[in-house]
Design a protein around this ligand. Structure first.
Ligand code: HEC
Ligand code: HEC
Length: 314
C-alpha cells in the first residue's frame, strides 16, 4: 500500500469515531484516542507503514470495546499504539474545567471589553461576517435557528459573546464565529457590539397559536417580569436579555435548553423557577412573551433595509 493510500484508508477507518464529549468532560480514553488519531494522520515519529496499519486495527478494536463499556480493555488495546508509534505513554488528560472557572474566564474578558471604546466602523467590518446568519439587519431568522440581536442590550451582547468564547455557552454553529481566531480580541468584541447597538428591531418574529394568552400573561407576570421586566425589556446591568420581539421558536429552543441544563450559562434562579412548567404553560408564556413589543423608537421603519449592505433591490 502506498502512503497516500494508507492515509486515505486511515481517514476512512477512523470514521469509526466516538461522539467526542466537549473538552470540558473528556475522558482519559477520549484524550488518548485523539492523540493516536493525530499520530496516525500526521505520523510525527516516522513510524513504519506496518506499525501504522497494526495500530489502526488496534485503535478500531479499542473503540469497539469502549462502546461496549469495556473501558479497561479499550485502554490497553490503545496502549499498543503508543508503543508501535513511539508515542509517550501515561500523558494525563487535562483536568476538566469547572463551570466556575469558565464563568470567571468569561467575566474577566467581559469587563475588559465593556471598558473599551467601540470603533463602530471596524464593528461594521466584523459584522459583515455575522450578517451571513443574523442577516444585515440583525433580525435573525423566524425559524428560530438564529436569534434577533438587533436591539439587544449592549452588555448582554458582550456577555453572550465572551461566554461563547470561554466555552461557557455551547453552540456548534455560533461558537466558531465568536472565537478569538475568527473575531479578534476584546477590542473586536466591543467594536462589533457597538455596531450591533446601532441596529433597529423587527417585530415580525412569529408567535404561538394565541389560544392561551391570558394564562401566558399571568405566568409571565408571576415568573419572569422580575428579571426580564414588565414588558420583556430586559436589564442591561443585570444581564437579563431583552425578550421583546425575539423569535417565538428561538424562545422555545432557549427556554428548553435552559430548563434541561444544556445551556451552560443559564441563570440558576431562572432555571429553578421554570422547572415545574408543563408543556402547555411553556407554550403559553412564550407565546405571550413573543408578542411583547419594544418601544417604537427601537423599531425599524417599515421596509427598512440596512444601507451598510449594498444589495440589489428586490
Ligand atoms: C453560522 C451562523 C452564525 C454566524 C456567522 C454568527 N452567529 Fe451569532 N448566533 C448564531 C446562532 C445559531 C445563535 C444561537 C445559538 C444557540 O442556539 O444557542 C447565535 C447567537 C448569538 C448571540 C446570542 C444572542 C442571544 O440572544 O442569546 C450573539 C450575541 C451573537 N450570536 C452574535 C454574533 C456575532 C457578533 C457574530 C459575528 C462575529 C455572529 N453572531 C456570527 C449563528 C451565527
Ligand atoms: C432570576 C432572574 C430570571 C428569571 C426569574 C427569569 N429569567 Fe430568563 N434569563 C435570565 C438571565 C440572567 C438570562 C441570561 C442568561 C445568560 O447569562 O445566558 C435569561 C435568559 C432567558 C432566555 C434566553 C434569551 C436569549 O436571548 O438567549 C429566555 C428565552 C428567557 N430567559 C425566558 C424567561 C422566561 C419566559 C421566564 C419566566 C417564565 C424567565 N426567563 C425567568 C434571568 C431570569
Amino acid at each position: 500500500m502506498t502512503s497516500t493510500a494508507l492515509r486515505r484508508w486511515i481517514i476512512i477507518a477512523a470514521s469509526l469515531v466516538l461522539p467526542l464529549a466537549a473538552v470540558a468532560q473528556q475522558s482519559q480514553f477520549e484524550f488518548d484516542l485523539k492523540r493516536v488519531d493525530d499520530a496516525l494522520r500526521n505520523n510525527p515519529t516516522h513510524a513504519l507503514r506496518q506499525s501504522l496499519e497494526s495500530c489502526l486495527n488496534q485503535r478500531n478494536h479499542a473503540v469497539a470495546l469502549y462502546r461496549m463499556g469495556m473501558h479497561d480493555r479499550a485502554q490497553r488495546a490503545l496502549k499498543y499504539c503508543f508503543v508501535s508509534l513511539y508515542l509517550p505513554e501515561n500523558v494525563e488528560a487535562p483536568k476538566p474545567i469547572s463551570t466556575e472557572e469558565l464563568r470567571e474566564r468569561s467575566d474577566k474578558e467581559y469587563k475588559k471589553a465593556l471598558a473599551l471604546k467601540p470603533d463602530i466602523a471596524n464593528g461594521l467590518e466584523i459584522y459583515r461576517m455575522c450578517a451571513a446568519c443574523h442577516e444585515p439587519e440583525g433580525w435573525g431568522r423566524k425559524t428560530g435557528s438564529v436569534p434577533q440581536i438587533a436591539g439587544q442590550h449592549r452588555n448582554v451582547v458582550i456577555h453572550q459573546l465572551t461566554d461563547f468564547r470561554a466555552g461557557n455557552r455551547e453552540s456548534a454553529v455560533m461558537a466558531p464565529y465568536a472565537d478569538p481566531e475568527a473575531l479578534g480580541g476584546a477590542q473586536a468584541v466591543a467594536d462589533v457590539a457597538g455596531y450591533i447597538s446601532t441596529l433597529e428591531m423587527t417585530v415580525d418574529v412569529g408567535h404561538g397559536d394565541g389560544k392561551n394568552l391570558a394564562l401566558g400573561e399571568k405566568l409571565y407576570k408571576e415568573n419572569c417580569a422580575d428579571c426580564h421586566g414588565d414588558s420583556g425589556e430586559g436589564d442591561n446591568e443585570g444581564l437579563a436579555p431583552r425578550l421583546q420581539a425575539q423569535h417565538y421558536k428561538y424562545l422555545l429552543r432557549q427556554f428548553e435548553a435552559i430548563r434541561s441544563g444544556k445551556r451552560l450559562n443559564a441563570n440558576k434562579r431562572m432555571a429553578k423557577q421554570i422547572t415545574g412548567f408543563t408543556d402547555e404553560e411553556v407554550e403559553a408564556v412564550l407565546d405571550y412573551t413573543s408578542r411583547l413589543e419594544p418601544p417604537e423608537m427601537l423599531q425599524a421603519a417599515e421596509g427598512w433595509r440596512n444601507p451598510d449592505f449594498a444589495r440589489p433591490s428586490p
